[in-house]
Design a protein around this ligand. Structure first.
Ligand code: 13P
Ligand code: SF4
Length: 313
């Protein structure tokens, strides 16, 4: 009998489809994907793919971004309920009201937001380019940063800016505590702490290295330590372990009942749902042309600025 993985491979050819997956997807999805990456890499791939259909193994805002960058392609998401607490925590009408209080501010939004928020933004960033993009604007430029207060606070601290922050957070990273880190530090005193900037400031203060998903991966490949305490989503361990089989990784747990930290939205996608979305070509991401046109401007600006900063080729 044909395995699901084989059926997916056949459908890729039959439908000229590409599977793009985020590092937080379950290992079996990462293994069949044509490209696995962080938000920046995924948007770059979505912009340049020659496929007719993009099967996006990630969450809704990521699939929406792919549709905005490649509107002529069919974009399917294995589970339409794969949302994100950051995107959901920034409703467009409230954000529009918020902006009215800061009419002379530039609006920089983290890619983890809805297409509607993107249409109200001047430039989009990911955790892989946020610092460099903020730094590309004059020091006295007034800026609103949305929707992640933790990432925004981190950028403020390292760039010496005072961006106005929307009060949103990632429920997966914001929940991680310094106590949980200290417990692991006591068990593994020679392990280095690496953290995603969506974590709280108190936790980031303890970190030996802070970076986007791809940056964390690169660090563990090139750094000399043998053990790492990892303050981000558990899915990243699959690639970390593949890249550095001789090293040990310990995820900071979200509570005392497990030794993991899973994003409930990312984990809604399964190999079976991915296969069905490819076969049935739905659920499909549909956006109106005006939203696509407006939201595309700040995303393309991000890609241009990232290229100028030498972050992407
Ligand atoms: P990056 O993949 O850009 O590091 O973002 C992490 C994340 O939480 C995605 O939802
Ligand atoms: Fe959103 Fe956080 Fe899940 Fe990423 S990990 S999709 S930011 S809830």
């Amino acid at each position: 009998m044909e395995t699901l993985a084989k059926k997916i491979e056949n459908l890729k050819v039959e439908k000229n489809a590409v599977v793009l997956a985020h590092y937080y997807q379950v290992p079996e999805i990462q293994d069949i994907a044509d490209y696995v990456g962080d938000s920046l890499g995924l948007s770059q791939q979505a912009a340049k793919t020659k496929a007719d259909m993009i099967v996006f193994a990630g969450v809704h805002f990521m699939a929406e971004t792919a549709k905005i960058l490649s509107p002529e392609k069919k974009v399917v998401l294995p589970d339409m309920n794969a949302g994100c607490s950051l995107a959901d925590g920034c409703p467009p009408s409230q954000f529009a009201d918020f902006l009215k209080s800061y009419p002379d501010h530039l609006v920089i939004s983290y890619i983890n937001c809805s297409a509607a928020i993107k249409t109200m933004s001047d430039v989009i960033v990911t955790s892989g380019n946020a610092v460099q993009i903020v730094e590309s604007f004059p020091k006295d430029q007034k800026i609103i940063f949305a929707p992640d207060r933790n990432l925004g606070g981190y950028i403020n601290r390292i760039t010496g800016r005072n961006m106005v922050l929307w009060d949103g957070s990632c429920e997966v990273h914001d929940i991680l505590t310094t106590e949980a880190v200290v417990n692991l530090k006591m068990k593994y005193p020679d392990a280095r702490l690496i953290a995603h900037p969506e974590c709280k400031a108190q936790l980031l203060e303890l970190a030996d290295y802070i970076g986007s998903t791809t940056a964390l991966l690169k660090f563990t490949r090139t750094d000399s330590a043998k053990k790492y305490i990892v303050a981000t989503e558990s899915g990243i361990l699959h690639k970390m372990q593949l890249d550095s089989p001789e090293k040990q990784f310990y995820v900071v747990p979200s509570d005392e009942t497990c030794s993991c930290n899973d994003c409930p939205y990312m984990k809604l996608n399964t190999l079976e749902k991915l296969y069905l979305s490819m076969k049935n070509e739905r659920p499909e991401i549909v956006l109106d042309p005006i939203t696509i046109e407006k939201a595309r401007i700040p995303i393309e600006k991000m890609l241009r600025l990232s290229e100028l900063a030498g972050l992407i080729k």
